[in-house]
Design a binder for this molecule. Structure first.
Ligand code: ASP
Length: 290
């Protein structure tokens, strides 16, 4: 029996796959393990990527998005633009398990979380407050931070059942217009999983990723017989050819096939993926599309 976790970005990827693997050792449940990996990073303010201490919107508030998909049942649970509750991936899990819906939004997502025992709290850390004040002092128009990576996405795979889960948590693009929702909580854009084909996840400029449905495309290319790596390269290739400006920022899709091979492709240099296969943790830098 083999198990693989793949996750995103230089700083947050390693603790995410480690926590997911450790959880899997005791629960044997991919959904729970992926949730645990993301929740671990959300609760730690050292990672500005997501959750507590994530970078806020243009009014100084964290508006969080998260989603997960079970490749066995195709069930989705997601929340978007929700304030003050973490781990937000656990709220998404509640949506998956406790409602007949795919997604809850904003204030009502927060009320749903409160009804399920989540406490409302201030999510600013010292670092996020300082970063916000600096941005506000120097801001030019409605500029958002494409270079600050505020998303962690994870895919889990187990060999015995060839089961896949994809999950994603984010505070979204830093300094975004309040109410903006990117790719991350949207199944097909920020993540997708189907045990019959493969799973994929994304990070980068949410507007581009969503327009090109990178995760769904990568899964569909795997369904047609491509390897995970070829599927990701094809998905990103379509995006950068059709819209060359997408090369200005690093947008990424990574994937795991039902056979457990993985790959990734990026519109620009800068992305690092972390993997944990049966406890062995490694990182790989992914070059941008040529
Ligand atoms: N994709 C995320 C968003 O647009 C940001 C990121 O991946 O860093 O909200």
């Amino acid at each position: 029996m083999s198990v693989l976790f793949v996750s995103t970005w230089k700083d947050a990827g390693e603790p995410t796959v480690r926590a997911a693997y450790e959880n899997y050792q005791s629960t044997g449940c991919l959904l729970t393990a992926c949730e645990a990996g993301l929740a671990h990073v959300e609760l730690d303010p050292r990672y500005q990527a997501i959750g507590f201490g994530g970078l806020p919107n243009s009014e100084g508030d964290q508006e969080l998005d998260a989603g997960m998909m079970d490749g066995r049942t195709l069930e989705v649970g997601a929340v978007c633009a929700v304030r003050g509750v973490i781990p937000v991936i656990s709220v998404a899990r509640k949506v998956l398990e406790e409602t007949p819906h795919n997604m809850l939004a904003g204030e009502n997502a927060r009320r749903f979380a409160e009804r399920h025992g989540f406490e409302v709290r201030n999510l600013n850390s010292e670092h996020s407050l300082r970063a916000y004040e600096e941005w506000r002092a120097n801001r030019r128009g409605a500029e958002v931070a494409h270079l600050v990576h505020d998303t962690v996405t994870i895919i889990g795979w187990e060999s015995e059942t060839r089961h896949l889960v994809a999950a994603c948590s984010t505070s979204g693009m830093a300094w975004k217009v309040p109410g903006r929702v990117g790719d991350s909580p949207i199944a097909g854009a920020g993540y997708y999983a189907d045990d019959d084909a493969g799973a994929a996840g994304a990070t980068g400029v949410g507007e581009d990723i969503w327009r090109f449905m990178l995760s769904f495309r990568a899964v569909e290319f795997m369904r047609s017989g491509m390897s995970a790596e070829a599927a990701c390269e094809r998905a990103v290739g379509i995006m950068v050819d059709r819209s060359p400006a997408t090369r200005d920022h690093c947008s990424v899709v990574f994937a795991v096939s039902r056979d457990g091979d993985w790959g990734a492709a990026a519109s620009k240099d800068g992305f690092v993926a972390w993997t944990c296969r049966d406890g062995v943790i490694e990182s790989r830098a992914i070059p941008g599309a040529r």
